[in-house]
Design a protein around this ligand. Structure first.
Ligand code: PRP
Ligand code: MN
Ligand code: MG
Length: 181
């Protein structure tokens, strides 16, 4: 299917993201102060940029692990079916866990992943999401910490894709189609 032409309008600058990441990291560090080890779980692919910046601001003993979950594929709407394509490498039973997600939209991805992880008996499990689109929620779920609440726009950059492109933009932008449709 050929891609409709679009441009990307800047929405959140790299500088604003960096400032917010620092503040989130301070809150998370305070919350988990004294932990013997925090397992930070990034949900691939979208969280790869955010988790890289976030863990470097955490003043805690940290292990980094990843799980790959996909529900959008190359489309703009959720399939509501979350495919787990890669599981964690480590065990999380009895551990403190921080799930890191780029965006919570319908909530299906986060809810599915939390359900799977909770069944493994972590000591504590919390979620940090960079972006939240509350108006699109279909599952009643929210992150413990959220970077920015955003309106119902299709966003890209800082790890987030549109049909696998634009993940490498250093800022968050919104997709605006330039054809008639
Ligand atoms: C996107 C995004 C979140 C999820 C949010 O992932 O990275 O993981 O969708 O949407 P939801 O709240 O409606 O479930 P996607 O399925 O596009 O995979 P990706 O991270 O590999 O891009
Ligand atoms: Mn994702
Ligand atoms: Mg995606």
């Amino acid at each position: 299917m050929p891609q409709r032409p679009y441009v990307i309008d800047r929405m959140i600058t790299a500088k604003a993201i960096a400032a917010r990441v620092e503040a989130l990291a301070r809150d998370i560090t305070a919350h988990f102060a004294g932990t013997d080890k925090l397992v930070v779980v990034g949900l691939l692919r979208g969280s790869f940029v955010f988790i890289a910046d976030l863990v470097r601001e955490l003043d805690l003993p940290v292990e980094v692990d990843f799980m790959e979950a996909s529900s959008y594929g190359d489309t703009m709407t959720s399939s509501r079916e979350v495919r787990i394509l890669k599981d964690l490498r480590g065990e999380i039973a009895g551990r403190d866990v921080l799930v890191v997600e780029d965006i919570v939209d319908t909530g299906f991805t986060l809810s599915h992943v939390l359900h799977l992880l909770r069944a493994r008996g972590p000591a504590r499990i919390e979620v940090c999401a960079l972006l939240d689109k509350p108006t699109r929620r279909e599952v009643d779920i929210r992150a413990t910490w959220t970077g920015f609440e955003i309106p119902d726009e299709f966003v890209v950059g800082y790890g987030i894709d549109f049909a696998q492109r634009n993940r490498n933009l250093p800022y968050i932008g919104k997709v605006r189609f330039t054809d008639a449709g």
